[in-house]
Write a protein that binds this ligand. Structure first.
Ligand SMILES: Cc1cc2nc3c(=O)[nH]c(=O)nc-3n(C[C@H](O)[C@H](O)[C@H](O)COP(=O)(O)O)c2cc1C
Length: 219
């Protein structure tokens, strides 16, 4: 297939070694941020925070979170140009959804008189997704993966390399980035930058995917 979407998605791959001397431009960082912000989410909940790690100081803090586990991912903390922590709200509730609806009112998408019904409907939905402990984190976490997928495609379009990482220590990240996370939880991160030509064993390998007939049922 020659479509540009397919070319982008075939060319992107998980980078295993970054060239620390290569930085993503400020202009591209703004595009990446905006693409992620525009991601879709269930009931437009946007139950996420994205911590963009850019400074050496922040990279050193991230590096320290690999002290106990997931060492193979550790070197990206200092070698990638930027890393994004994708964090979710573990308890999406009334005030969170009010923020969304207030924007809808300001934009003229929602009339004041329909506000309460919209809020109650959304909260009912969010409550249905709570587990036995009362947490709706499974649902909110799922939303961060939509943003992650969107980021992967955006980066592919921009010709920027990336590494999605679930191999991160969520607990330590929670401690080291307490202020920035403000109660949100990070289970997945994305390193971004440009691969080191000779040292990235993953670069140039053929794309490995299950066959279309295996994953698609057309009815
Ligand atoms: C949610 C998610 C988590 C991942 N976690 C890691 C990780 O911790 N470390 C790593 O090197 N690769 C990680 N990967 C990369 C996958 O192994 C990779 O996407 C998969 O093998 C397909 O290869 P490709 O990305 O090169 O097409 C992750 C990918 C995703 C989507």
């Amino acid at each position: 297939m020659t479509h540009s979407i397919i070319k982008d998605l075939s060319a992107r791959y998980t980078t295993k070694q970054y060239d620390p001397s290569k930085r993503i431009s400020a202009e591209n960082i703004e595009i990446i941020k905006e693409a992620i912000r525009l991601s879709a989410s269930s009931i437009n909940s946007q139950p996420w925070k994205f911590i963009l790690i850019e400074s050496d100081e922040a990279k050193n803090r991230l590096d320290a979170t690999f002290v106990n586990k997931y060492q193979p991912n550790r070197h990206h903390a200092k070698e990638a140009s930027h890393i994004i922590l994708f964090a979710h709200n573990p308890n999406y509730q009334r005030d969170d959804h009010k923020k969304v609806l207030d924007i809808n009112v300001a934009l003229g998408r929602l009339k004041e008189e329909k506000y309460d019904a919209a809020l109650n409907g959304a909260l009912h939905f969010a409550d249905l997704l709570r587990d036995e402990q009362g947490s709706n984190a499974t649902w909110t976490k799922a939303q961060t993966y939509i943003a992650l997928g969107n980021a992967l495609h955006t980066l592919a379009r921009l010709g920027i390399d990336s590494t999605p990482m679930e191999g991160i220590d969520s607990e330590l990240i929670g401690e080291v980035f307490t202020d920035e996370l403000n109660g949100y939880v990070c289970h997945v991160a994305l390193a971004m930058g440009y691969h080191a030509d000779a040292e990235d064993f993953n670069f140039g390998l053929p794309k490995s995917r299950l066959a279309t007939e295996e994953v698609f049922t057309v009815i």
